[in-house]
Design a protein around this ligand. Structure first.
Ligand code: FES
Length: 513
């Protein structure tokens, strides 16, 4: 179907794919298996088989609140005359694995999640899939599967965590990482350190700033594959359950209309998603995740496309890690639709991209006010936080194929100083905590890329420790590893080619300028 197919036109039977396994005399043994689970004869007639990819897990708070959403989606699918097939997807927690050997499995888990969903959707000939995810890698993993299988699909984000609170300050998981540096630098006493650790994560939901999970959920909303306003809701709020129900209803309609993911995920809609990532000050991980999503959707997209969008898109939102507010504050301020409306009015968004609802982006945003109400989270174009986006693609002698720098929150984006070279993350962290890194140093952390790590771990422990030690603005850090969405400071990551692949970063020596 092209983007011009009139919405509401039924083009195919609702169970076009699943009929292959449920209809006909030769298929009786297949149906027996369904009867064992309570199916009735009428369930095989024009009722789609819809997968519910459930990321629920008690491994991490990011996923521990997903079951109510999955349950609500199953009930809503059944009331919309569909069959629901619930299956699980794994997760690991970056917040828990950070700084450990476990972090080497983080990026790989994205591929595992994508493979799990593709396996179930195609192995059982599902007619559609509703993907529910929470933690960072659930997001691109789910979208990659959606793009690969190209059966009608909707992404239901599990929702953000609410902030912790201590001594009149909002806390997130990053507060705990930064507290390590503050404590060892003698800037925080032990009692406060322990309270921050206990209070940073007050309940279920994904990490609360514009870190990777919230960045990706916001981008999916902009892409049109998640419902408006759904990407910034808190996991524990009832509106999240209502949104899961509505997503189920919308997905059944999308199957009826024949709307497929590759009608939605196009070069233009990825430009929209990246514009929203820039406007909200999103995570560096969005760069490698959107390269993968575009690849799975068959869309031509290179690292240079991020720089093209960055140069024309201002940062509008004052969000953590470098800013002040959290995803729950962005939600109250008007959410992603408000950010998108400002971008659309400024000619920075394509309004004609179709969404999972069958409406275009311009139609979805029709009733959103042109300007946000009085608040401090979403800025107007005239009053932007930064005139250009914050995820800069750099190329140079150490990164001929490109690197990613996050350049918001910095008073001075230039540093020249002696290289302090580390071939692993742990010794770099120990050097910071032992006070061996001084203002003006440029840390080089290498052999931490996809091959070298292996698995391209995130460097939140050292970057958080630098911020906590008060060195965030005076020490540079260059790595072929990745960063957490919670990282900020004078940091350059994803240096390519990586050291383990013979990149020039492998040749830097201690003390080089
Ligand atoms: Fe799961 Fe941050 S650790 S979203």
């Amino acid at each position: 179907m092209s983007n011009n197919t009139p919405a509401g036109t039924p083009t195919k039977p609702l169970n076009e794919r699943s009929r292959m396994v449920t209809e006909g005399v030769a298929r009786a043994p297949n149906r027996s298996m369904y009867y064992a689970m309570g199916y009735k004869e009428e369930d095989f007639i024009n009722k789609p088989m819809i997968g519910v990819a459930n990321g629920h897990s008690t491994i991490t708070p990011c996923n521990s609140g997903l079951q109510p959403l999955a349950d609500a989606a199953v009930v809503a699918l059944k009331s919309a005359n569909a069959n629901a097939q619930l299956f699980g997807t794994p997760t690991i927690s970056d917040g828990i694995g950070m700084g450990t050997e476990g972090m080497k499995y983080s990026l790989v888990s994205r591929e595992v999640i994508a493979d799990c969903i593709e396996t179930c959707v195609n192995g059982q000939w599902m007619d559609g899939v509703l993907v529910i995810g929470g933690c960072d890698k659930n997001m691109p993993g789910g979208m990659m599967a959606i793009a690969r299988t190209n059966v009608p699909a909707i992404y239901v984000y599990g929702g953000t965590i609410k902030p912790g609170r201590y001594k009149n300050k909002d806390l997130t998981i990053v507060s705990a990482f930064e507290a390590v540096g503050e404590f060892t630098a003698g800037r925080l006493n032990e009692a406060d350190f322990k309270e921050i650790e206990k209070r940073s994560c007050p309940g279920s939901g994904s990490c609360g700033g514009m870190y990777t999970a919230n960045t990706m959920s916001s981008a999916f909303e902009a892409l049109g594959i998640s419902l408006p306003y759904s990407s910034t809701m808190a996991n524990v709020h009832d509106e999240k359950v209502q949104s899961a129900k509505e997503s189920a209803r919308v997905l059944v309609q999308a199957i009826r209309k024949g709307i497929k993911p590759r009608d939605i995920v196009t070069r233009k809609s990825i430009e929209n998603a990246v514009a929203v990532i820039m406007a909200t000050g999103g995570s560096t991980n969005a760069v490698l995740h959107f390269l993968a999503i575009a690849h799975c959707a068959g869309v031509e997209w290179t690292i240079d496309d991020f720089e093209r969008i960055r140069q024309r898109t201002p940062v509008l939102c004052d969000l953590k890690p470098s800013g002040k507010a959290l995803a729950v504050d962005l939600h109250v301020a008007g959410g992603i639709p408000q950010v998108m409306k400002i971008l659309l009015n400024a000619g920075l968004l394509h309004g004609d991209c179709i969404t999972i609802t069958g409406q275009t982006i311009a139609e979805v945003l029709k009733d959103v006010p042109d300007a946000p109400p009085e608040q401090s989270v979403i800025h107007t174009i005239d009053n932007a936080m930064y005139k250009q986006g914050h995820l800069a693609i750099l190329k140079g002698n150490l990164s001929p194929e490109g690197a990613v720098a996050k350049i918001t929150g910095l008073k001075n984006p230039v540093i020249t100083g002696p290289a302090r070279v580390f071939d692993d993350e742990q010794s770099a962290l120990e050097a910071i905590l032992a006070g061996k890194i001084k203002a003006g140093d440029v840390m080089v952390l290498r052999y931490l890329g996809p091959k070298g790590g292996p698995g391209m771990p995130e460097m939140l422990a050292p970057t958080g420790a630098l911020i906590g030690a008060g060195l965030g603005e005076s020490v540079g850090l260059i790595t072929d590893g990745r960063f957490s969405g919670g990282t900020w400071g004078m940091v350059v990551g994803h240096v390519a080619p990586e050291a383990a692949a013979g990149g020039t970063i492998a040749f830097v020596q201690e003390g080089d300028s």
